[in-house]
Ligand binder design. Structure first.
Ligand SMILES: Nc1ncnc2c1ncn2[C@@H]1O[C@H](COP(=O)(O)OP(=O)(O)O)[C@@H](O)[C@H]1O
Ligand SMILES: [Mg+2]
Length: 151
């Protein structure tokens, strides 16, 4: 595996990795998730939720775009798949410059609204139980976060 990539071999491993990342995050942080349907974006977000001490079950927000959860830091779980090709601003500022952590599935569809400093995560399918998770940190804070988890 290259420097900023981690292979996971089960849903549980992906969740644990995300859980570890969550403990390194701070209010206002933005994580983007790209990857095909079934890659593991929602699974990864579940791990983030656990790491933030959220006990409520996290479900896919496909029909609501944003779901908010109360944790040690609030979590804004966004799935912007339905915004493909639209330039509608659903109040992104509140989510990206607020007191919570925003995790955005299909972030490529709202590229123009994303803050510059963020952690881009791409999940690639290897086989039924294996994924390669690639990190692209933008900014000092996220570079530190990625260093912590990739060693
Ligand atoms: N290593 C892995 N990491 C994440 N998910 C995995 C892994 N192996 C198998 N899976 C399965 O892949 C599916 C991922 O679904 P989901 O997280 O909803 O994807 P997405 O949100 O990207 O569409 C789940 O059924 C999960 O159990
Ligand atoms: Mg999903």
């Amino acid at each position: 595996m290259g420097k900023n990539r981690i292979e996971t071999n089960s849903e549980e491993q992906t969740k644990l990795l995300a859980e570890k990342i969550a403990t390194l995050l701070k209010p206002g942080d933005v994580l983007t998730l790209e990857g095909d349907l079934g890659a593991g974006k929602t699974t990864f977000t579940k791990g983030i939720a656990t790491g933030l001490g959220i006990s409520r079950t996290l479900s896919s927000p496909t029909f609501t775009i944003v779901k908010e959860y109360e944790g040690t830091i609030p979590l804004y779980h966004m799935d912007v798949y339905r915004l493909e090709g639209s330039d509608e601003d659903i109040g992104f500022d509140e989510y990206f410059h607020g007191n919570g952590i925003a995790v955005v599935e299909w972030a490529q569809f709202i590229e123009d609204y994303l803050p510059l400093e963020r952690l881009n995560i791409t999940i690639n399918y290897l086989d039924e139980e294996s994924r390669v998770i690639e990190f692209e940190p933008i900014g000092d804070h996220f570079e530190k976060v990625v260093k912590e988890i990739t060693g």
